[in-house]
Every structure is written in C-alpha cells, then in structure tokens.
Design a protein around this ligand. Structure first.
Ligand code: MRU
Length: 324
C-alpha cells in the first residue's frame, strides 16, 4: 500500500476521506500542511499518524522552522493516539543528536516507517498463533495497512490468519460516523481477497448470540498501565458484548501504543469532533437543524474486559513486562 510516501521533502498521502471510490493523493510541502492532513483525517489510525508526523518533522526542519514550533504544531492535531507523541519524541531526540540535520531526520522518519511495518508483521504472526482453523473474526474501525506503515495491527492478524488458511470470514463493523470499517477495512479486505461482510455497528450482539463470532480483534490508540484501552468509539460496547458471550476480545497494537506513564484509562484525553461528521451523510443533513450532537471519537475499554494484548513481542496482559 503506497498510502504514505516521501520524495524530495514532500509527503504524499492517500486521501482516506475519498476511499474506496477515489485514490487521490494530497501533497504536503510544509509542516502546517502535514498538521492539517492529520487533523482533517486525510490520514488516520494511531501508527499512521505517528509516521506522518515524523515525516512532517523532517519537512519542518528542512523549511528552517523552529523545532519546538514543529513539535507543537504536529502534536496539537489529535489528542488520543499516543503514537503521535511517541514519534515526535523520537524525532526531537534525533534532532538534538544530529544538530537538526534535515537529511538525518528524513532517514529517521523512514526508519520509523519501515520499523512499524516489521512490527505489524510480527503482530500478525503472534496473533495468528492464538487460533486454530476456520475462525470468524469481528473487527471495528480500520486497524489495517492504511492505519499503520503497512500490513496493519488487527488486520495484520487477520491477514496472517488468511495467509495461513485459518480464516473463515471477517465481520466488518461499519463504524459510524466516519465509516472507517465500511470504507477502509472493506477496501483492504477486497484488495486482499478476504471473505467478509460489512455489518452495521448494532449487529454484533445478534451475531455473537448466534455463535457466529469466534473472536473480536481491534486496534488501539493508547493503552494505560492497567490495560485500559482507548480505541474507536464503539469498541467498549463490543468488549462488553464479547464478555457476555464469553468470546475472546483482543487488542492488537505495537509497543508504541502503550503509554506506561499513565495508570488508567480515565487519564486519557478523548477527542471530540465537530457536529457535521454526525449530522451529515454525503453532504445531506440527517437530523433536525436544531439538534446538537455529542461526538466522541474514542472510548475506553476497561483492561479487565481484554483477553490479551497482541504485540510484536508476544501476547501480554497487565502488569506489562515487555522484557520477559
Ligand atoms: O479516528 P481514527 O480513524 O484515527 O481512529 C482509528 C482507530 O481507532 C484505530 O483502531 C487505532 O488507531 C488503531 S490503528 C492500527
């Protein structure tokens, strides 16, 4: 997937808002362009946001802008995914070490990008090893190639299961209001030739009660020390349903998504987005003009509802000790 590519200090981003109908690229030439693309969700998904910000940092330094300004401009785009800060901290550290050489920072951003792809492949292998044959997986949002450097976290596991011929089918939650599932996950499933069904977000209970779902696998935006996990709004409801039906519920995420500086999920800032994303579909209002909306981008799933955290280093449960 060539959804993030960097040439001559220009960042080419596949415009995910237009998928699956148009494969258009937005070209970012300034740090402000990159920040706007993250904010407006041209690119989204925790690891992909981090990688994009890393390239944005290199662009800003090449432009001769102040590193503190670059850092803040990119960090203040979206609050929930910790991968953004993780990547920017790495870039700032590298900048200090190399005297803010644009060339060296470009290399660092490429390293972060390629490293994420390798980690996803390991997540895929580690996740696939949890299952026997003929499994049906339900996933939410898009934790795929588009949300990462490539390959994906939750979809990385699904991809590996498919390649190992252990996968029966995938249920893809459409994921209101941005439809990351219906538009992006389904797009990736079609490209990979994986049998899937797009379902509305309120279908999961029916499928689970009918024994149709063997496991739920989703990604994450920030994982606290006790395992509480921020992910796309609706994830918490799925975890409760899975728990009720005694179906395993897994988070697939690289170590860059763990924020061990916070004890619990209540410390995570939940992004709130504008009214129009909920009130309009295809430019047409679907609610009364006078109705306000509440639009939280993420929710927190308590750690005790999560069966395991599939990472590049193996499958863990809190208290996390990644060196074991
Ligand atoms: O608002 P988004 O589309 O950036 O939210 C994305 C998610 O919630 C993903 O599940 C998460 O970032 C993990 S992506 C590998």
């Amino acid at each position: 997937m060539r959804h993030i590519s960097f040439k001559n200090y220009k960042l080419h981003l596949l415009d995910q808002r237009k998928l699956p109908f148009e494969e258009n690229y937005i070209v970012c030439q300034t740090v402000e362009d990159v920040a706007k693309s993250i904010k407006d969700m041209v690119v989204r998904g925790a690891p992909a946001i981090g990688i994009t910000a890393a390239y944005g940092f290199a662009i800003g330094v090449k432009e001769g802008k102040n590193p503190e300004y670059i850092y803040k401009t990119l960090l203040n785009t979206r609050p929930t995914a910790v991968n953004l800060k993780w990547a920017l901290d790495l870039m700032m550290e590298e900048g200090k070490d190399c005297g803010f050489s644009p060339e060296k920072l470009k290399e660092k951003a490429i390293e972060i990008h390629l490293d994420d792809i390798e980690r996803n492949k390991k997540i895929g292998e580690n996740g696939a090893s949890l299952f026997e044959n003929n499994v049906s997986i339900l996933t939410h949002c898009n934790a795929g190639a588009l949300a990462t450097g490539d390959y994906g976290t939750a979809l990385g596991v699904i991809r590996s299961l498919h390649r190992q011929r252990k996968l029966k089918k995938v249920f893809v939650d459409e994921t209101r209001p941005y439809l990351q599932g219906a538009r992006l996950t389904a797009y990736e499933m079609v490209k990979e030739g994986i049998e899937h069904f797009v379902i509305t977000d309120n279908t999961a209970g029916l499928l689970m009660s009918g024994g149709e779902v063997d496991a739920v696998i989703v990604g994450a935006d920030r994982i606290a020390k006790n395992g509480d996990t921020a992910n796309k709004i609706g994830t918490f409801m799925l975890a409760v349903l899975a728990n009720h039906h005694k179906i395993p519920f897994y988070i697939a995420a690289p170590l860059s998504t763990f924020d061990l500086s916070i004890e619990r999920g209540s410390e995570i800032v939940i992004e709130e987005r504008g009214r129009d994303e909920v009130a309009y579909i295809n430019g047409k209002s679907i609610i009364p003009e006078k109705s306000p909306v509440l639009h939280y981008g993420f929710d927190i799933t308590p750690g005790n509802l999560i069966s395991g955290f599939i990472t590049e280093k193996g499958v863990f449960n809190p208290p996390f000790n990644f060196n074991e």
